[in-house]
Design a protein around this ligand. Structure first.
Ligand SMILES: C[S@@+](CC[C@H](N)C(=O)[O-])C[C@H]1O[C@@H](n2cnc3c(N)ncnc32)[C@H](O)[C@@H]1O
Length: 214
């Protein structure tokens, strides 16, 4: 990454080259690193709830699974990812947008899922993003997010074994996220790690926006 390169361009270009290397057109949920946390999130939400899948990728498995019970909107920075998601998950709607500047009506979602996506956003922008997410959630709404376990910012080259593909990551430590979540009005309900034996792996946070459902 050069000093002037926008991390978003790295992410967009990375998925142009490596979308399929990251995720195929099918996904076996059972036993995957998504199964437990998707289950923990979904069981909190009422049937038909509006759910936002932030950094939805090609829609598998998150939007695909959530669309079985909920009204799902997926958002992703990468046109390739959005195009694939529209084809793979016809039961949800998808927008190509940057989650740090996308606009949604206040308190308009019952749940927000951000699996492995906030970690592509520059760290200094993440606290404001977490506060924006809190604003999109109805009081009592739920957030499931993959965040950093230990601090690291950098670019992986030949990402996912694809020559010329790079990927930008920016992680804080899990305790930073705990503080940012609390500052944004979230109550942390569960914290874990994925993969469970990974080193350092990622932190998984399940949190509830303060307030009582309407
Ligand atoms: C590692 S993939 C995860 C996809 C999906 N959430 C999953 O777990 O299968 C990260 C996704 O986040 C998207 N992304 C990264 N930064 C973003 C941003 N600022 N706004 C929206 N999407 C973003 C990427 O384009 C990519 O599709």
């Amino acid at each position: 990454m050069t000093a002037t390169e926008d991390p978003r361009d790295i992410v967009r270009r990375g998925y142009e080259l490596a979308s399929h290397a990251y995720r195929g057109d099918t996904f076996a949920l059972e036993g995957s690193r998504y199964e437990y946390w998707l289950g923990r999130f979904a069981r909190r939400l009422a049937d038909g709830a509006r759910v936002l899948d932030l950094g939805c990728g090609n829609g598998l498995p998150v939007a695909y699974e959530l669309a079985k019970r909920f009204d799902v909107t997926g958002v992703d920075l990468s046109p390739v990812q959005v195009e694939r998601a529209r084809a793979l998950v016809p039961g949800a709607r998808f927008e190509c947008a940057d989650m740090t500047s996308a606009e949604f009506a206040p308190a308009s979602f019952g749940g927000v899922a951000a699996f492995y996506s906030i970690i592509n956003v520059p760290l200094e922008e993440q606290p404001a993003l977490i506060a924006r997410i809190a604003g999109w959630l109805a009081p009592g709404g739920w957030l499931i997010a993959t965040v950093g376990q230990e601090p690291w910012t950098g670019v992986e080259t030949d990402w996912r074994g694809v020559r010329g593909a790079s990927m930008y990551y920016s992680h804080g430590a899990a305790e930073h996220y705990r503080a940012w979540f609390a500052g944004a009005g979230f109550e942390l309900v569960e914290q874990g790690r994925e993969p469970r034996t990974g080193n350092p792996g990622y932190a998984m946070l399940l949190a509830r926006r303060a307030g009582t459902e309407g």
